[in-house]
Design a protein around this ligand. Sequence first.
Ligand SMILES: [Zn+2]
Length: 364
Amino acid sequence: MSLALYRKYRPKQLKDLIGQENLISTLKKAASLGKVFHGLIFFGPKGTGKTTTARIYAKLINCENQTFVKTNGEPCAECPSCLTIDSQKTMDIVEIDAASNRGIDEIRSLKEQVRQAPGSLKYKVFIIDEAHMLTKEAWNALLKLLEEPPEHAVFILATTEQEKIPGTILSRAQKFNLKKLTQTEIIQKLKFIRAAENLSVSDELLNLIASRADGGLRDAETLLDQLISFAGDLDLDTAEKIIGKTSFKKIYSFAESLIEKNSPAAIIQLKELTNLGADLPDLNKSLIFYLTDLLTIHLNPKEDSLIKDKYTDEQLAQTKTLATKINIDSTIKTIKKFIESYEHIKYTPFGEVVLEVAIIESTK
Ligand SMILES: [Zn+2]
């Protein structure tokens, strides 16, 4: 198996990061001023680039071409320090998974490592992933280190759960938020990989992957990996089955039938989806979210921004058109029926029946 796509296409410089403009500009500015933070915290949903950004930061402060860094606000990506960090072969970048290193011994060994001067790099960088999993003892030890960090040590915490980080730690670190990526941003990266790898994957498939990834780029790249490992050209139906997600096109038609109160058409669509092996709870959930988006944009036709992160431009245009046709009361009724069906569908072997009843009740 070749290198996983998300590793192979991991950003090496800030400019390669997608969708994190605020973070990028703050880090660039600090770099161009030659400023070094000894404590940083990256908050953000999974797969949005926290540890990747941590590694880029390690390069920014360790890069041997500091003139380049100050001019461009980027690591040079060519000097021995940059290359050794990219290759992950240096002992001076210590990555710790807090989920599995929570004990006293690990903390003692961390303290020991912090005390020792770096081997070849200027700064020793400790990247603590899943930091919200640290124990109380670990936080206390870390706090002491952050209060008086040795000049050569830098601590970067990455976490999905901001509220679990003690205030004492927060007040001693620079905080950065990474946001979920939009559909368009994820698709942009997937298209880049498709071109670089010369893959025959349709736009429709990339859209499907992006909607399944829900704002996390790493998930999207892993899904792409998974799909291309199947031989030959994949059609959309098979891809939907593999990744357990119904495509926009089908959700759209389904919602359209419901809005037009065309229960025969909706039932046929349901049968087709069931025959294709669709994940019915996911289908149910997707319908609820889609109908809610239609309602949102019906009430605020000029406020694209309320829903646009989830759709491509084409999908957004279709959604806006469909939204003009809905009746508020009956859409609310339909949403309620499908919320009810969702409460049952997870626990029953009769998922198809549950959905069929929801269709009939909401269209009568
Ligand atoms: Zn460099």
